[in-house]
Design a protein around this ligand. Structure first.
Ligand SMILES: Nc1nc2c(ncn2[C@@H]2O[C@H](COP(=O)(O)OP(=O)(O)OP(=O)(O)O)[C@@H](O)[C@H]2O)c(=O)[nH]1
Ligand SMILES: [Mg+2]
Length: 358
């Protein structure tokens, strides 16, 4: 899973990135925008994987991971061609985390304007919506040109219909996230990547003094259907440099329940609607990521395309059950080993073994 840290210039994206990764990329106030994103891969240290690993004692334990990409602040300004490349890069991410400045800084006030989180959010949405509208309208123009040339297929006609629906929605200033499309309609748009269709969360980057006092603002984002979390970016960047125990002490003082890494991982899963299932054995215990509502066949395909192609049955049991009974042998004796078919909806925390034949 790739999550993009994006937002207006100097909103604290790289500060958040440093807090997450423990790295020290530049957060120079006066540095011009970078041309490339900073990238880190954060393991999802799911306690369930660790416990399963204790039970199976495999040679390898593989956690899921999330790639966070910290982009330069290209929003809220004119788009030039260099930024176009960055836009395309951003679109390869599955979800967006919009970092919004909520810390006082006189110098930044005069450089880029005052703190105004809700307005910053609105103008970001508008920018995304406008970008998508331009993209959709361009494609429609191309389709109409093709019609004049006699190129008209049912597939293109469906695409035209969906694009018109999309333009209408966008012209009402609504993000595509909130437009429901039928499966075949959505399919006809494969190949497009619309900004406003991506899952989005807000990271409200507050200063130490204000942290924890912004409930109302968080609620205001939620009222717009946007998940929002508050962090104290600069403070958490410093924490990432400390030993765990020391960091824990400071966190408690600030009333921070869990590290920014844990919170962002958790929030990313929620935002994407992702869940985990596990495969276990002597060679490997491993976590896999799927979308809630995915069936056993899709889960099999995640592991290997052969497993989906030759799918026979999925043997499943629950994480809690193996913890309670300690071994698969006991689970079998107790009849807790289930055989499920292709259409079975895999649940979060299930251990899955695919029987297949190719
Ligand atoms: N007081 C305070 N300052 C912060 C906080 N987060 C970031 N800053 C400061 O704001 C400035 C910009 O932070 P960056 O993390 O570089 O911002 P950015 O969004 O990555 O900037 P660009 O990539 O240039 O758009 C730096 O001087 C940071 O130290 C915060 O939570 N509190
Ligand atoms: Mg930066």
């Amino acid at each position: 899973m790739k999550i993009a840290l994006i937002g207006k210039p100097k909103s604290g994206k790289s500060t958040v990135f440093n807090a997450l990764s423990g790295l020290s990329v530049s957060t120079d106030k006066y540095a011009p925008a970078a041309t490339e994103p900073n990238i880190c891969v954060v393991p999802v240290l799911d306690e369930r994987v660790s416990r399963l690993s204790e039970i199976y004692k495999p040679q390898k334990t593989i956690y899921a991971n999330i790639e966070f990409r910290d982009y330069p602040g290209i929003f809220g300004g004119q788009i030039d061609s260099k930024e176009n490349t960055l836009y395309n890069d951003i679109k390869t991410c599955e979800g967006f985390a919009l970092v919004i400045r909520n810390f006082a800084d006189d110098e930044l006030d005069s450089l880029i304007g005052e703190v105004q989180p809700l307005q910053d959010f609105e103008s970001f949405e508008e920018e995304m919506i406008l970008n998508d509208l331009i993209l959709a309208e361009k494609r429609l123009e191309k389709i109409h040109l093709d019609y004049k040339r006699g190129v008209k297929t049912p597939a293109i006609q469906l695409e035209e219909k969906v694009l018109e629906q999309i333009c209408e929605h966008l012209r009402e200033n609504k993000p595509l996230r909130t437009l429901e499309l039928k499966e075949e309609e959505a399919k006809s748009l494969k190949g497009f990547a619309f900004f406003s269709a991506k899952p989005l969360m807000v990271i409200l980057n507050s200063d130490e003094d204000g942290f924890g006092k912004n409930e109302e603002m968080i609620r205001a984002f939620e009222a717009k259907g946007i998940m929002a979390i508050e962090i104290a970016g600069r403070f958490e960047e410093e924490l990432a440099k400390l030993e765990d125990e020391e960091a824990q002490m400071f966190m408690e003082d600030m009333g921070i329940q869990s590290s920014i890494k844990d919170r962002l991982i958790h929030q990313s899963y929620l935002m994407m609607g992702y869940i985990s299932f596990f495969t276990v054995g002597e060679d490997e215990v491993r976590a896999w990521t799927i979308v809630k509502g995915d069936n056993a066949l899709t889960a099999a395909g995640k592991i290997h395309s052969d497993l989906a192609r030759g799918f026979i049955r999925a043997e499943c049991f629950n994480y809690e059950q193996i913890l309670e009974h300690g071994s698969e042998k006991v689970l079998k004796e107790k009849g807790l080993f289930r055989l499920e078919g292709k259409n079975y909806l895999v649940q979060d925390g299930e251990i899955v073994h695919i029987r297949f034949n190719v």
